[in-house]
Design a protein around this ligand. Structure first.
Ligand code: F6R
Length: 609
């Protein structure tokens, strides 16, 4: 989705803007632009990648120290230079970049046309520049008044950065339901939709809330509420390391992030476990709260939803508390039936996914308790949920999630174990046993990375031209098959489906023909024989079988190709089986010569419905 960045300080703005925009590329975009204040406000935009924008800029003298920039992911209007941001009000009084969607833009456009405004783009954003201009001139009460009147008038979501021609030394920002952080350092003030854009310059940030505005001066930031009153904000420190948003010698962020998994899994466990005891105290998720939970709903999108599929099996089996599950885009509109003692768990890496955020609000509205499992500190979902369990994955840049997924699994294993202890469904011995085994996961993940990569690379090059793939398994193996299948299709563009192994012969098996790629995940001791029977059925119809399993499962006969993982407790297999599946998706996409980190049509953080 769109990204925004801004700088106001002592240094040349254009360098900081371009570096920030490059760091936001991973979010997905199809045009880019900047505005820099020199004697006038220079606006430069281009269609396509940032390299095109750089090409246009390279011969220009842009010495200004105040500027804003944008990467646009087209929603209203095609990707084009004309529709790219920044947008300018009719006479150039207001220059603006915007993330989000203005839902009532057509109505506002009609209103402004009656007042003589002309529109030159197909975007919803142009109306924002003109309506600010309209209020600015009508009431003549300065930027904050015009911005606040606009916030009251527009519907939808926005994080916007505005430069007024009359105030060339200031950048104004406003926010509702779209991510925005504001940074500060001795060299100036910064704004960005996402931490990596400014991490090189500062780790000191302010989080701006919904319906608040701010003025970024060169040496300070002033915050305002909707009444125009000045408000105080606390300066926070970002814990993320700058190196985590660099490739550090890896060919892609995705493979770097796959390799980071042992480390971030360990960090996430250590954040909540000491001396073999889980401690959620700092999250206020106390024993009293857990005791009262008699139903759970897990709601998320995409891979985060697959975490929910895994955890549904685990939580129900360990705690006997019923768990329902839904994708957020369905949950938010289905009028869910929630009980007073229901806990709704929202899983989200970014903490900004529009449907997940809406689902959280719906759950709160209906009186349920809400728990967020989130990676980005200070994100909207983290701020609005009753309780937060953070994953410590660090910044995830590749569009296809890997390390965030793995840490989400960990956090919810911990939750399941703690809930089981509170409910008395496991004894102390089992509790300690599970934690001890969990602590071995990082080393086991590392051993898969050390031992299986060459094999997976080989098989990936053989299957680079596959047209279809099927991933099958039962129970937790089915849950992880969903994720493996998504990993393959989203970056390699190979059609792929995941099936509960027993379901295949109710229709889909008719698609199996000679050399159809079938990945069987087979780890669960109580049901592996049944999955093997399903694999035999597939093999006898010509399927080429890759299996992922541990040595204790007698799988050799059915496998055309076997990927071996270490043994672990039955609940923790998803943390191990997902690793070869991520690698398979990655190396097949690489063999096809694709842009693995930025797959077509996808955005890292889906902030629109
Ligand atoms: C797939 C992927 C997506 C996200 C989904 C939710 O690799 O990354 O399916 O899992 O868009 O995003 P978050 O977790 O940010 O809410």
């Amino acid at each position: 989705m769109c990204g925004i960045v801004g700088y106001n300080g002592k240094n040349k703005a254009i360098d900081i803007l371009l570096s920030g925009l490059s760091k936001l590329e991973y979010r997905g975009y199809d045009s880019a632009g900047v505005a820099v204040v020199d004697n006038e406000i220079d606006v430069i935009k281009s269609k396509g990648k940032i390299i095109n924008l750089k090409e246009k800029i390279k011969d220009l003298d842009l010495f200004g120290t105040t500027g804003i920039g944008h990467t646009r992911w087209a929603t209203h209007g095609e990707p084009s230079e004309n529709n790219a941001h920044p947008h300018i009000s009719n006479d150039g009084t207001v220059t603006l970049v915007h993330n989000g969607i203005i839902e009532n833009y057509q109505e506002l456009t009609e209103k402004l046309k009656k007042h003589g405004y002309t529109f030159y783009s197909q975007t919803d954003t142009e109306v924002l520049a003109n309506i600010i201009d309209y209020y600015y001139k009508k009431y003549k009460m300065g930027p904050i008044d015009a911005i606040n009147r606009t916030m009251v008038r527009v519907r939808g979501s926005y994080a916007c950065a505005v430069i007024f021609k009359d105030y060339p030394d200031e950048i104004w920002v406003a926010r509702k339901d779209s991510p925005l952080i504001i940074g500060t350092s001795k060299d100036g003030t910064y704004l960005a939709s996402d931490v990596p854009a400014i991490l090189e310059y500062t780790k000191n940030v302010y989080y701006i809330d919904n319906l608040e505005a701010a003025c970024l001066k060169k040496d300070k930031v002033i915050f305002y509420d909707l009444n125009g009153d000045v408000i105080e904000k606390e300066l926070k420190t970002i814990e993320w390391d700058i190196s985590s948003s660099e490739k550090e010698g890896y060919e892609h962020f995705m493979i770097k992030e796959i390799h980071e998994q042992p480390d971030v899994i360990k960090k996430t466990i250590n954040n909540y476990v000491s001396n073999n005891i889980i401690d959620f105290a700092k999250t206020n998720l106390t024993e009293d709260i857990l005791k009262d939970i008699d139903q759970i709903y897990i709601v998320a999108c995409g891979s985060a939803y697959h975490v929910g599929v895994c955890e549904q099996y685990i939580i129900e089996d360990l705690t006997r508390v019923p768990v329902r599950l839904d994708v957020a885009s369905e949950f938010r509109y289905k009028h869910p039936i929630l009980s007073k003692n229901e806990l709704v768990i929202i899983v989200s890496q970014s903490g900004e996914t529009a449907d997940s955020l809406a689902a959280l609000r719906e759950a709160k509205e209906l009186g349920a308790k809400t728990l967020a499992v989130v990676n980005v500190v200070g994100s909207s979902i983290a701020r609005e949920a009753d309780y937060v369990l953070y994953t410590l994955a660090g910044p995830e840049i590749a569009v296809a999630t890997t390390k965030a997924f793995s840490t989400q699994l960990i956090v919810l294993y911990l939750f399941a174990i703690e809930l089981a202890k509170t409910k008395g469904t496991i004894d102390d011995k089992k509790y300690k046993e599970l934690i001890t085994e969990m602590e071995c996961i990082p080393d086991k993940v590392q051993s898969i990375l050390d031992n299986e990569i060459n094999n997976i690379q080989k098989i990936s090059s053989e299957f680079a031209s596959a047209k279809d793939a099927f991933y099958i398994g039962r129970g937790l193996d089915y849950a992880i098959s969903l994720e493996g299948s998504l990993k393959l299709k989203e970056i390699s563009y190979i059609h792929s489906e995941a099936y509960a192994a027993g379901e295949l012969k109710h229709g889909t098996i008719s698609l199996i023909e000679d050399n159809t790629l079938v990945v069987g995940v087979v780890t669960q001791e109580d049901i592996y024989e049944k999955t093997i029977s399903n694999l035999v059925e597939v093999k006898s119809r010509g399927g080429y079988i890759i299996t992922v399993s541990s040595d204790n499962i007698p799988i050799d006969k059915v496998s055309n190709y076997k990927i071996t993982i270490p043994e672990t407790n039955k609940y923790f297999y998803p943390s191990l089986t997902v690793i070869p599946l991520q690698l398979l998706g990655y190396y097949i996409a690489v063999s096809r010569g694709l842009d693995v980190d930025k797959p077509r049509n996808l955005a890292k953080s889906v902030t629109v419905e």
